[in-house]
Design a protein around this ligand. Structure first.
Ligand code: NAD
Ligand code: MG
Length: 393
């Protein structure tokens, strides 16, 4: 593999740090770090920039600027602060950009990278959920290669033969089922935040862990997959697979299925995107199928996990509905983690917000540019805050 110039947006996060772990293990000269960004973690970012010899680094929070500058004053590493500085990082001439900022804040810089035709490794699923059409159009126009990083989408990307697109019958995203896979509806109603964040197989942040418990994460991933692979939601199925070893499958016209397997460690999909179309070594534990001996699969229960149905109807409704779905979920998860609402109220609030959005017209706003996407996101948060207040305990 020839030397690759890379930028990591969200370098201090879980995906960002896993990416840097691989970069630092790679042979000398395999990667050259152009830029690294974070929200407000100035000291940590400065350390990462020194270690990797980055040319530029940026924090989104303006108040973290002085600390970043101070931490780098004895180096030649350029630095800046504020949301525009994150966009500047994305515009620098890296061949490959990791989009690993969490939430809608990742939209503008990720779009900058796409627009200049870079290969963009996509972890920031919220950006695709809120503005999938915009992203896919920009990628087509700039001939930017989007490399899926979400483990399920990376698996599908590996198993999806683009030249046999007409023969693809459906794709299947697997889901661990989360900590409440076998709980009764009654017990789920009493579930505490600490029970919800205790993920059985993956180690992740609190928000995405709650999303796994409600299966909202899989709902977001259905929408993400529709955009990335150009499929209707009816061709995207979900299968509960508690071992989290098979990450995604593609079914073809002849009845054959191609799947990708691996240990539940994000460094495998990240490495695939980092080296694509080549492969690199990772320290990830090897899969021992004989030791595992058994893999199990089951259909998701639509009654205990209404999130999948909500995501499908939001995607079918189109326009502002997916952005409302995402924003309402973020507000409801925060309210659940703060003890304001119960676990089952999360999906109820999202459903309520979608209905309210339809009534007051927000859901029919076409997110044709990023300003509009951000406005729908704001309105979605307002609708969800009202829905949460009605359920306050
Ligand atoms: P994280 O919270 O650990 O890290 C987020 C990063 O974004 C940090 O570097 C943070 O400083 C930065 N950031 C946060 N707010 C920002 C803002 N307003 N402006 C600029 N930068 C900001 O998140 P994560 O778990 O690494 O997830 C990142 C993305 O990848 C998310 O979209 C998530 O859904 C997706 N993802 C994560 C995993 C996982 O295993 N963690 C798996 C699949 C997909
Ligand atoms: Mg995933």
């Amino acid at each position: 593999m020839s030397s690759r110039k890379i930028t990591i947006l969200g370098a201090t996060g879980s995906v960002g740090r896993a990416t840097l772990d691989l970069v630092e293990r790679a042979p000398e000269g395999a990667f050259e770090v152009v830029a690294l960004t974070a929200n407000h973690q100035a000291e940590e970012l400065a350390q990462l920039a020194r270690r990797t010899g980055a040319q530029f680094c940026a924090v989104a929070a303006p108040e973290a600027g002085p600390a970043l500058e101070a931490a780098l004053k004895d180096t030649s590493i350029r630095c800046a602060a504020g949301p525009d500085a994150i966009c500047e990082a994305a515009r620098l001439s890296a061949d490959w950009v990791m989009a690993a900022i969490v939430g809608a804040a990742g939209l503008p810089p990720t779009l900058e990278a796409v627009k200049r035709g870079a290969a963009v490794a996509f972890a920031n699923k919220e950006a695709l959920v809120c503005a999938g059409d915009l992203f896919m159009r920009a990628a087509r126009e700039a001939q930017a290669r989007l490399l899926p990083v979400d483990s399920e989408h990376n698996a599908i990307f590996q198993a999806f033969e683009e030249r046999q697109r007409d023969s693809v019958r459906r794709i299947i995203l697997t889901a661990s089922g989360g900590p409440f896979r076998n709980w009764s509806l009654e017990d789920m109603g009493q579930a505490s935040p600490s029970q919800a964040v205790a993920h059985p197989t993956w180690s992740m942040g609190a928000k995405i862990s709650v999303d796994s418990a409600t299966m909202m994460n899989k709902g977001l991933e259905i929408i993400e997959a529709c955009h990335l692979f150009g499929l209707p939601q009816s061709d995207v199925d979900v299968l509960v697979h508690p071992e989290s070893i098979v990450h995604g499958l593609v079914e073809y016209a002849d009845g054959g299925m191609l799947a990708q397997l691996g240990m539940p460690d994000m460094r495998t999909p990240i490495a695939h995107a980092l080296a694509w179309p080549d492969r690199i070594e990772t320290p990830v534990e090897r899969l021992d199928l004989a030791l595992l001996s058994q893999l199990s699969f089951e259909a998701p229960d639509p009654v205990r996990f209404p999130a999948l149905g909500l995501a499908r109807s939001a995607f079918d409704a189109g326009r502002g509905a997916p952005a409302i779905f995402n924003a309402a979920n973020e507000v409801a998860v925060a309210a659940f983690l703060n003890g304001q609402i119960g676990f089952l109220d999360i999906a109820a609030c999202v459903s309520d917000s979608l209905e309210r959005g339809e009534k007051d017209g927000v859901a029919s706003v076409e997110p044709s540019d990023f300003e509009t996407v951000l406005e729908v996101d704001r309105q979605g948060r307002r609708l969800a805050t009202d829905a949460v207040e009605q359920r306050f305990r």
